[in-house]
Write a protein that binds this ligand. Structure first.
Ligand code: M6R
Length: 604
């Protein structure tokens, strides 16, 4: 949420700042802005909406200098207009911020003599620093004294008018990295923003703050002690994901799934032994419970994994959304394994849950797509999914890779705990190995689903039903539809509908039923009939055997390739992704950057 970048150097910075912002646009796209120091004067350009608006303004009214900071916003406090866009200026100070200053109202009251011009929480920071400078403190002390007054989560970049070759920055709760260049220093919300500038990164730790000049950096900890932090050298270059010939990143990312799932598998499945292959420190015999914590789509991956771990390994699994878990009093035991599931590895609530468990002495693992992320760095065990950069805000390939990795972990747990037979282990490993092929076959239904989506896109509301490990896929299908098409949708356990929500079914209400031909097929079909007899329009997503039994009961049918029931949730996912995507395209929404959303949710 919000992306920040800064450069202090000896040549003009604006173009590179804006380029960095584009790489960060996935974090928010309500408004953006850039501020530079030009001959000791703070100047800026800001625009409401996406970064292309800022670029257009800069074309006619360019600002430039050799020290600058920039920001792309996901609004928390104050509507997304130009006034509330960062950088904010107060007196001699300019600031960009990612996070939430929780005590901003108290600080505003304390500084009521000052002229506040925005509705943001951030503006208190520039006022605090400027106020401290006004009292005669030097910039370093003014910055560190101001930090001490703040409560909440933040990553900042601050510039001061008569200190043209300095950037002050700090992190607490929100990610921030420094970049070390040749005669230049950088700061950025993540590696993606800095990769085109340098390969040498320093990840600030909680409470760290720093002073950057073109040729030096100094880092201080929470207690203002000067500290050293390790330099990480990025490998793989500055590649920025491109859309290629695809209309949207989301479509490209859906089509990448045979390959991305294959990459995940190569990490976790030994094709020759037909067995799971997990890091040695993950010894499932040590644990009597698994706690999976995540948000949104990642949480649905965790819910599917609960079925897998229980069935394959006889292990109790708690799955919870991170924003609830962190404020409960969860009962933890030293024999629990905590697994955070997160594409970005930065989601604030999931990270807080991880830290909570780590502090309680529970072994922690982070299943992430970004191995340089805070979760990957802080967890005891970092588990990569290797799906590659996911740019579309709606998560697709990361989800199927999370499922793939979790399935392999469940298989590993079942094997090491002696719950599954040798034969079952080989069958399950084989099923996983065949998944990329089945996903490829499922993607061939694209045109059929596109045609089906035309009528579906006229719906006001839709229901997704499933049983067993298809229930979380029903949730995921509904979430995908909501977030990119803005059609109201809910996922339900098929057996639960008659306990209330069935009252909403009327003539023509679309109900998407996820029913591969497994041991729960007949039960799901009974639930299908309950809604069909009340007028629902049924879209049945099944496999070949299921189709031969239930074709007459569906208004539309999506027939997926037959696969082992163990991996069926991964294959069903492809159908719900395509349905949501084409519905959104028919409706003309902004598929890759849907309204109100941000890819990485770094505020709670
Ligand atoms: O980066 P994370 O996996 O931790 O993100 C979690 C959710 O914010 C994310 O899955 C969100 O629900 C997606 N927009 C869903 O498509």
């Amino acid at each position: 949420m919000c992306g920040i970048i800064g450069i202090v150097g000896s040549r003009d910075v604006t173009e590179r700042l804006v380029d960095g912002l584009k790489r960060l646009e996935y974090r928010g796209y309500d408004s953006s802005g850039v501020a530079v120091l030009d001959k000791g004067k703070l100047i800026r350009q800001r625009a409401e909406g996406k970064i292309k608006g800022l670029e257009a303004k800069l074309k006619t009214d360019h600002v430039d200098g050799q020290t600058g900071i920039a920001h792309t916003r996901w609004a928390t406090h104050g509507v997304p207009n130009e006034t509330n866009a960062h950088p904010h200026f107060s007196g001699r100070v300019g600031v960009v911020h990612n996070g939430i200053i929780e005590n901003f109202l108290d600080i505003r009251t304390e500084l009521k003599h000052r002229d506040f011009r925005t509705e943001t929480d951030t503006e208190v920071v520039s006022h605090l620093v400027d106020e401290a400078l006004g009292k005669g403190l030097d910039p370093k002390d003014a910055f560190s004294e101001s930090l001490k007054k703040l409560k909440g989560a933040y990553a900042f970049g601050v510039i001061i008018d008569d200190h043209p070759d300095h950037i002050y920055c700090a992190r607490s709760g929100s990610p921030l990295a420094l970049g070390v260049g040749d005669g230049e220093m950088y700061l950025g919300s993540d590696a993606m923003a800095l990769a085109q500038l340098t390969s040498k990164l320093i990840y600030l730790e909680e409470g760290d703050w720093a002073i950057l000049t073109p040729n030096s950096y100094e880092i201080y900890d929470l207690d203002d002690n000067k500290v050293e932090r390790e330099i990480t050298v990025l490998t793989g270059g500055p590649a920025m994901a491109e859309k290629g010939n695809y209309r949207h990143f989301m479509l490209k990312e859906m089509y990448e799934q045979p390959e991305t799932i294959g990459r995940t598998l190569s990490n976790y499945i030994d094709e020759y032994r037909l067995a799971a292959n997990v890091p040695a420190e993950l010894n499932f015999e040590e644990f009597d419970r698994i706690i999976i914590i995540a948000c949104g789509t990642a949480c649905y991956a965790g819910m599917v994994a609960k079925y897998w771990f229980e069935q394959a390994a006889g292990l109790a699994v708690d799955v919870d959304i991170a924003s609830e878990f962190r404020y409960r009093k969860p009962v933890l035991s030293p024999k629990s394994l905590f697994i955070a599931v997160s594409q970005s590895g930065e989601t604030a609530d999931t990270l807080a849950a991880l830290r909570y468990c780590k502090e309680a002495g529970v072994k922690t693992a982070a299943l992430v797509n970004v191995m340089t992320s805070t979760m990957a760095r802080e967890a005891d065990i970092a588990l990569p999914i290797n799906a590659g950069p996911e740019i579309g805000v709606a998560s697709t390939k990361a989800f199927t890779s999370q499922l793939t990795a979790l399935a392999a972990l469940a298989l590993a747990a079942g094997t090491s705990r002696g719950v599954i037979s040798n034969e079952a282990q080989k069958r399950m490993a084989n099923a996983l190995i065949k998944t990329p092929r089945h996903v490829k076959q499922a993607l061939r239904l694209d045109k059929q689903i596109e045609a089906m989506a035309f009528d579906f896109s006229k719906s006001k509301s839709a229901f997704y039903l499933g049983r067993g490990s298809q229930v979380p896929i029903a949730f995921e299908g509904a979430l995908k539809l909501k977030e990119i098409s803005y059609i109201h949708a809910e996922g339900y356990a098929a057996g639960e509908l008659k306990h209330g929500p069935i009252a909403l079914i009327e003539d023509g209400t679309p109900v998407i039923v996820l029913a591969p031909f497994d041991r729960l097929f007949e039960k799901t079909i009974s639930n299908l009939q309950e809604v069909a007899s009340r007028g629902a329009h049924i879209i049945l997503i099944t496999d070949e055997e299921g189709a031969s039994h239930a074709a007459s009961m569906a208004d539309n049918m999506i027939v997926l390739p037959t696969c082992d029931h163990f991996v069926a949730p991964i294959i069903t996912t492809i159908a719900v992704q395509l349905l949501a995507y084409h519905t959104a395209v028919h409706l003309g929404t902004d598929v890759d950057q849907p309204r109100n959303l941000a890819k990485s949710v770094t505020v709670e």
